[in-house]
Ligand binder design. Sequence first.
Ligand code: PLP
Length: 378
Amino acid sequence: MPNLPIFTPFELEYYQSQFEHKVEYNLADSSVKCVSTREWLSEDEIEALLDTGLFYPEVNGTRQLRERIAVLYPNANPDQVLVTVGASQANSLVCSTLLAAGDEVIVMTPGYRQVWGLAHNAGCVVKELPLRQDRGWRVDLEALDVLINRQTKLVAIVNPNNPTGSVLTEEEMGRIVAACAKVGSWLHVDEVYNGTERSERAETPTFWGRYDKVIVTNSVSKAYGLSGLRIGWAISSEVMIDAMWRRHEYGVIAAAAPSMTLAAIALQPEKRRCLLARQKHISFTGRQVFEKWLTEQNGIFEVQPSEATCIAFVRYHLPIRSFDFAERIRKEASVLVAPGSALGAEYHLRITLGYEPEKIRASLDRIGAVAAKIVLNY
Ligand SMILES: Cc1ncc(COP(=O)(O)O)c(C=O)c1O
């Protein structure tokens, strides 16, 4: 091994990338079944795709796509938008633009540990803001008041949250903004699950426009079922977007031109409505299968009802660590699920419910069978 600097790998993504194409059923990701290109494009849209030039596109994102992103946010303009390679790159740019060794960073736990890991790798002091399971995964705002101080460079939250599916209330949003404003820290809000709310709920309000030092990131991966396009974005003040754009040039130059054409089509109002409805329908049917299965498990598994996402973040009552449990499920049942430890919560599994009902049922039955073997042996 060459002499490389100390590095914390992205445990969740590493686990997925090793095995997701090697199992019969992959329920470790956090999207719904994605759309195939043929499925959602009209003849005209296919022509638009075929007409896309394959030269370097606008580095900060095509004007058309940035305009369609900007209209999703009150009073935003396209120069406040940077198009990135997924929300992952947008989140990574937030960290590379803002963070230096020794900075304090606050992240939500349990959570998608991208900023957590990037901040560790940048030599920051990372503090964890708990979502409280005993309070239905509400954020612990008293803890935030204790953690935050003038050394806090960045508060990074994910709303709606992965993996818990909880959505902040207006009051909680206001208190988070007020806490950041009091110490002058940046606020990064990853809103990739915006639009995945249960159908009876309204779309989650954005943090955009609530604070001058906010950076919102998002993508077409989750709510639109288009993760293969690898298109995301950041929206912030023009000064901040310019600074991120300078880092974007070093990292990738630009997102892919055909993907930007397709993302611009996806964000047209009618197309957007259809893609969101498709995603919600898939999650709804998957959740119904899951809820029935749950009643048949003799109390081994339990879940807090989520407000958004296609994910079940399942607490289990078995004497086995989540990584070992996920490994047994993978090896004995050829089903991939994400261990809670990779999201900051032991004795949990993260299972996506966004696939065909038969696939969900078959996978859950296999998980139940592995759990039953563990019960027999202790
Ligand atoms: C909270 C969160 N942010 C970002 C990402 C990455 O999304 P993208 O596919 O847009 O890069 C994920 C993927 O699981 C996620 O859960």
